[in-house]
Design a protein. Structure first.
Length: 406
């Protein structure tokens, strides 16, 4: 079978991350402090993180969705402003997002290949991998996946089509991404009935008026059809209600179809390039457990902010190596009245949370507040589910600075 080669191609043993649990988040205090998290959000380099997961998770992940950098050689910025004119991008308030910048294609493949190899090891025998790329490198990635899984294990090449403005004037506008879908074995999960959609009204009309339609084969029009391998979902545009400001955010509808089709309730699904956190958000919504990872702190902050609004159970935050910790902020002052905690003249904040019984090690967040996505101010008071004993407050400024006071 043909294989893709380049001078530096190799699969060295990756360094194993030393993962430590730094926080447990109880959204709106639900389950605090006794519920143990089944879901995990990990900050770190996914190569060393996946290596650390092998002893307990090799061959146990039911679904992996991977949305790595696309080899665009761009540096993406995050939008952190509120109420800005979307027609005037030169006025937007921006912060560091993530870099998709490489010396050459060899350097990119050196990055991608060992990560795909670890995903193949982590995937369960019945599991499915969705690799999300575009025209820049999808052809290279397909050869790598053929090598790692076997050419016969390609289940689908899915085209995600979308609309949007484009600066291209000397070629057709590039308005699709490619999802390469590989299975580990023949007994893979695929829930056709969970993703059926209505037939086109013209199709229904044709079968109702013509006895010869379908060459004598009449589909179950009420049940609907399994989607084709080309999907249309709108991108997360500047005015989209799901928009977080994190660059290249993927729509919830796209990930919902993947999760429903290729996993079951209670399954463990993973995203090691979680970015804005759409996969863990959708997984939790539909009763799946999740492992999500990203090396960019803003990605972890964005994902955490989305999860506290949408999930019911707790989730843990792990770090690749216990960091030095947030800046101890004397300017982050608060007052307490019973179970009510109020901030006093804080800096401009994106998010803040309270641990009412700080043990000096693991931050147990029992109450959270965040800045509204569209407009408005972040709430400056929180109600705790228990009487506080030793209060610790953590906050993230709009510029991404981490603050803590206790």
């Amino acid at each position: 079978m043909p294989t893709l080669t380049w001078p530096s191609k190799s699969l060295p043993d990756p360094q194993t991350a030393d993962l430590s649990r730094t926080a447990i988040i109880y959204p709106s205090g639900q389950g605090y402090p006794d519920a143990n998290p089944e879901n995990h959000l990990i900050r770190g380099d996914n190569l060393s993180v996946m290596a650390a997961l092998l002893p307990d998770h090799e061959g146990r992940l039911d679904l992996i969705y991977a949305d790595p950098p696309f080899f665009t050689n761009k540096r993406y910025r995050a939008r952190i402003g509120r109420g800005e004119d979307s027609r005037r991008p030169h006025e937007w308030q921006l912060a560091e997002g993530y870099a998709d910048h490489w010396k050459d294609i060899d350097a990119y493949l050196d990055f991608l290949y060992p990560r795909l190899a670890l995903m193949a090891r982590l995937l369960a025998p019945h599991g499915t991998l969705y690799l999300h790329l575009d025209w820049h490198v999808d052809a290279y990635a397909r050869l790598l996946l053929d090598e790692l899984f076997g050419r016969e294990r390609l289940l689908n090449e899915i085209i995600w089509a979308y609309h949007g403005p484009s600066p291209i004037r000397r070629a057709f506008n590039r308005k699709h991404d490619t999802l390469l879908v590989y299975t580990k074995g023949d007994a893979y999960t695929f829930n056709a009935d969970a993703v059926r959609e209505p037939y086109n009204p013209n199709t229904v009309k044709t079968f109702a008026t013509s006895l010869k339609a379908g060459f004598g084969k009449i589909p179950d029009l009420e049940r609907g059809k399994v989607p084709e391998d080309w999907w249309y979902f709108p991108v997360i545009a500047r005015l989209h209600h799901e928009r977080t400001g994190y660059p290249t955010q993927k729509p919830e509808a796209l990930l919902t179809r993947i999760v429903l089709a290729s996993s079951n309730p209670g399954d463990l699904v993973a995203d090691f390039f979680c970015g804005s956190g759409t996969l863990p958000l959708v997984a939790a919504r539909y009763g799946r457990r999740f492992l999500a990872c990203d090396v960019v702190p803003r990605a972890i902050q964005t994902t955490c902010g989305r999860l506290v609004k949408a999930v019911r159970g707790p989730f843990a935050i792990l770090d690749e190596a216990r960091p030095a910790g947030p800046q101890q902020a004397s300017s982050l002052e608060f007052e307490r009245k019973g179970r009510i905690i109020r901030l006093k003249d804080p800096p401009s904040l994106e998010y803040w949370e309270v641990d009412p019984a700080w043990d000096g090690e693991t931050f147990r967040s029992a109450a959270q507040a965040q800045r509204p996505t569209r407009s408005g101010d972040i709430p400056l008071w929180l109600s705790l589910p228990v009487e506080p004993r030793r209060i610790c407050i953590r906050a993230v400024t709009v510029d991404g600075e981490l603050l803590q006071t206790s």
